[in-house]
Structures are given as C-alpha cells and as structure tokens.
Design a protein around this ligand. Sequence first.
Ligand SMILES: Cc1cc2nc3c(=O)[nH]c(=O)nc-3n(C[C@H](O)[C@H](O)[C@H](O)COP(=O)(O)OP(=O)(O)OC[C@H]3O[C@@H](n4cnc5c(N)ncnc54)[C@H](O)[C@@H]3O)c2cc1C
Length: 613
Amino acid sequence: MVAIPQLVTEVTVQTANNNDSVTLLGVNIEEPTEATLHHEEIDSQDDENHDTDDNMSDDHPLGLDPQEMTDLLHDPESILKLELDSCNQCMSHHGMSRVSSSATPSVYKDVVVVGNGPSGIVLSYFLAGNWPYYNGCGESVNEMLHYRLLAASSATKNPQNSSIVEQDLRFLAQGLEGRSTNPVALLFDTLNHPDADLGLELPSLLEWQNNPKHAVDHVVLGKGPPGGAWQLMDGNVLTISLGCWMELPQMNFREWEATQEARCVRDSRASVASVAQYYCDYVLAHRLEQYFVSNTEITEVTRIPCSSAGLPTVCDNLPPDLQMEAAEEPSRKVRRHTISEIPVNSQNGREYRNRNRTLWHVKGFTRDPSNGGRKKDFSYLTKHLVLATGSSDSPNILNVPGEHLDFVLHSLKHLEQLITSGQLNQDSDPILVVGAGLSAADAIIAARFHSIPVIHVFRRTVDDKNLIFKQLPENMYPEYHKVYQMMQDPRSYDAYKAFEQHVIGEIRPDKRVKLMGPISSGVVKVSYIVICIGSHPDLSFLCGVERNLGVHPGLPIDCKRNPIAIDVSTHESVREPGLFAVGPLVGENFVRFLQGGALAITNHLNQSKKLAC
Ligand SMILES: Cc1cc2nc3c(=O)[nH]c(=O)nc-3n(C[C@H](O)[C@H](O)[C@H](O)COP(=O)(O)OP(=O)(O)OC[C@H]3O[C@@H](n4cnc5c(N)ncnc54)[C@H](O)[C@@H]3O)c2cc1C
C-alpha cells in the first residue's frame, strides 16, 4: 500500500470528501461546464471542468469576453486583423516564410485531403473509384428509405446499376433520425449498419463496386501512419464504441480481428491498438497506399486565383482547362471575372462556376524516417481541399502557472511510456490526474494497474448529472464505473484521493501543486501531473481562412461549439468554395457517422464533373 501525502496546511478545515487538512482561501469556483452528449456516448468525455486552452480565456469558451465577441462579430475590420494576425502566427508557428517555400515545384491533384485518420481513409476509398450500391434488401429496416432508394435509382440513366453516389442525397436522407444531426451521415449509417442502435449486427445493405473510371486523382496527407488519432492514443485502452462500429466499408472488423495473433479478449469493444492496426491494414488491403503520403505535415494553405499572375510555382501537370485559364491575359480575365459572377450552371439549387476558379495551394514537408527524419518540402495545387484533421492535435491546457514544466503531461500515451520505462512505479510520489472524463479515467486505470498512487482533481461535483460515467451502461463499461465508484467513495480505496470541485492554482518547480476548492486550498507533492481535459484542432496552417469557416464566423474552430459550417449534402464550406471538411471538424465525432461525409463529397464531385462536361 502506498500512502498519499497529506496536504500541507496553514488553517485546517475538512473538504467534502476527504479528511485532508486544507488551507482556507475562500476561492469562488466556476460553475461546471455543460457536457452535452450530441451523437454518441463519448462526445463529452474530455469536456472537463478546466475547459480552457492556450488562447481561451476562462470566462468564454472561445477565449473572448462577451464584449470582445460582440465587437468582433460587428466589426469586419477587426475580423480581418485577427485573420492577418493568425496568418503571421501560422507562418512563425511552423518556422517558415512565404518566400522560402514558394520555390518548390507544385503537383496538381483534383483533391488534396489533409489528415489520414478514418475520415481521410474512407474518403480515399470512395475517391479510388469504389462506389456503394443499394442491395434492395432494406424494406424491413426502413420502408420509406427503401422506396426512396428504388425511386432514386429509377430516376437515373441506368436504373439497374445506379450508385448512391449518383443519387440525390437530400431526397434519400429525408426524415431519417438517429444519433447524428447530419442527414447524410444517418443515411450512410442506416445502410451500412442497419438497426445498429437497436443492438443488432445486421449485414450491410450496401454492395460495393470498383470502377477505375470513377477514380479521382487525389492525395491523403498525414503526420503519422494511416489511422490518424488512433495511432497516437494509448493502445491498451478499449474503444467506447463496439469494435464493429470502427470498421470501414468492405473490411469486416470482426473477421479481420480473428486473423490477428493478439486477439482482444472482449467480444464487443476493441483495443485502440487493434483499431490502429486495422486502419493501416485497410489502406493496404484496398490498395490505397498509392494515394497516401505519411509522415507529412501541412504547414500552409492559401487560396490563389488561377491566373498566370496568381499561380506562384511551377506545376507541370495542371489540367488543360486550368492551363487555358491561367494563360489568359489579365485584361481578358477581368472581363471573364465579371461574367463569372453569373452562375453558369444550376441543378438542384446548386450553382457551379466554370471560370475564374481559385485554387488551393497546399505546402508542407515530409519527414524521411530512414534519413534521420530529414525534411523535404512539397507543394500541391488543387481545386478541392478536404480538411480531415480531426480534433486531437492540440491538447487543451489549464493555463495555470507552471503548466509548462516537464513533469506536466497532456497525453495518456506519455503516461503509458513513463510507466513502461519504469520511470513511474509504485514507489513514486502520486501522479495528479486532472479531469472527470474518460481520458482521466483511463489515466487512473493505467496508474492503479501498476499500483501507482493517484490524486484526482476535478472541478465538477461528483453528483453532476452531466458526468459521462452516468451515461454509460455499467455492464459494457465496468472499468469506467469502477473509477466513478472511486470518485464517489474515495476513502474506501487505498492510494487514491479525490478532490471534487477543486482546481489547480499553481504548479511549482519542486513538484508541489496548489489545489483550490470552494472553501479551502492546500498543497500536494506529486511525481507527475496528467492533464486530461480534451483537445482542439490545430488549423493554424490555414492562416486567416480558419476564421471564416465556423458556424460563428470570426472565431476559431471548436468541434463542439464552433464546428465548420458546411452544406450537409456536399460537405463544402458555406463560405469558402472548394474547401470541404469531414469528421470531428464538422461535429461528426464517431467513425460510424463520419463516413457519410465521404459519400457527400464524392457525390458532389461526381455531380460537378457531370455538369462540367
Ligand atoms: C480517447 C478517444 C477515444 C475515442 N473513442 C472512439 C470510439 O470508441 N469510437 C469512435 O467512433 N470514435 C472514437 N473517438 C473519436 C475518433 O478519434 C474520431 O472519430 C476519429 O478518429 C476521427 O477521424 P478523423 O480521420 O476525422 O480524424 P483523426 O483520427 O483525428 O485523424 C486526423 C489526422 O490528421 C492529422 N493532421 C492534423 N493536422 C495535420 C497537418 N497540418 N498536417 C498533416 N496531418 C495533420 C492529425 O495528426 C491526425 O493524425 C475517440 C477519440 C478519442 C480522443
């Protein structure tokens, strides 16, 4: 048994749950943040009490006080200034200047996807020419959808062989309800996992065909190997979703799992390590690796006009239509520009302009692991930029003094490494875990498994109705319920102390941490601090464009409060033509539902291609 040191005291009182002596400070504790479960179980898993980050103030979730926000929304100039500031920050953040990287020759791609997690992978699968077809067997699942699907295919040129990619998604998705607010996500999920929410594992109602004629020239770029966030999470943790809900089209997760040597012992959920491996194997099994460039980082994306003056770099493979457009003399382009303000084509209310397009210039570097991680710059030009970056790149921070110290961790994987290397063990001082979501629970489980003492600090009360634990069925998530039990009754557990309604006031270099509660404060000595309060996307490479993307323009993207505003049937930004987004960036956090985004984008590209012909 390892003893947890008592708080160093000045004036002694008792906290609600602990016998520890604490110092009275009379600190006001903020109201806990609302944790709303949007679509599925874990949406709020990391929505912890210290809901702040590096550029967010404590008072406003988007980092601005109410007056600042009102000013911003009513003053376009301040938005522009914010954009310019953000662009400058973006350039210096990535340690580069416009001039230095513009010399790299560009490669043209019809679609450039930033992010190689499940969103990027499933989109690549569609863009490689794999299209879904309704198998006609879903009458008992959803009669209305069944008849709409039959009607939609009979309205096409080739009713016997009409893919959903060629059909009107808005029409098909009418009236569908479920755990996503995006109708196309629900459409795809209903067909791919029929009646999944009833607990059934029925075969998919989709058949897939590969047709090379449908393939779109594209590239998927990502920082690590295919799998995105799944490659960075602690491999020992179990998924929240059922394992079979992590699968992508045409590769059954359970069948794949059965072929693996180290099989997961649980039936329903999968280990993060298996899911990460599944996504790598998926890319290989479907020959998608030709589209993937791993170990890459996008550092800058800019919108440029397709003109001889606008195109900044050499690009040998620009398609003929864009070459013609780029070669036109400037005076003619001015005239065309006026004409191009008039939509040249219109179908289903959507408008397409064939002239004076803007292109996206995507710059970054690839690291060569076989050459000591040497960086090589690259540059792409594209008409269609897809953001599939997920939301895990920048951990939220508490914004307290000392948080930069090297014993303060913001990732579970880092904790796991310290445990595996023996730097943390049962003789260590306690680790201090901050947060009341599932990541915090994972940290506690990992520490206790190795008998490492834990001090647990969270801002909410243990009875808060929004705590994620209250929303998980006990039989499926016994480990999380165990942690919740510990939070409720900490005195019954050795080497575990809970400080509900407490926040960190200061982290000192000697590893002493000041905790502040509603009626008291005190100091504890720790070995490491693990801050598990969620994360947010890092879209700094978009320079000022990010501020134009959210449902609240002018403010940074936040997957819960300010997702990217899109047309749900195309996933195109409502403000930046040619820019698309999928996954958590548009509020679709779960693999089951983010796949509808790939269908919407492919459907849109196909419609645009037909109209351009
Ligand atoms: C702890 C945890 C548990 C989860 N459990 C589940 C679960 O059980 N079920 C479920 O359905 N979902 C779960 N999720 C959510 C899941 O992670 C997402 O649904 C899914 O990974 C999103 O896929 P994505 O491809 O959109 O983004 P990600 O998987 O996040 O992948 C995006 C990739 O893009 C990369 N990227 C970002 N910026 C750049 C750049 N500038 N240059 C190059 N690459 C870049 C990122 O590094 C990342 O690797 C969980 C998430 C977390 C954090």
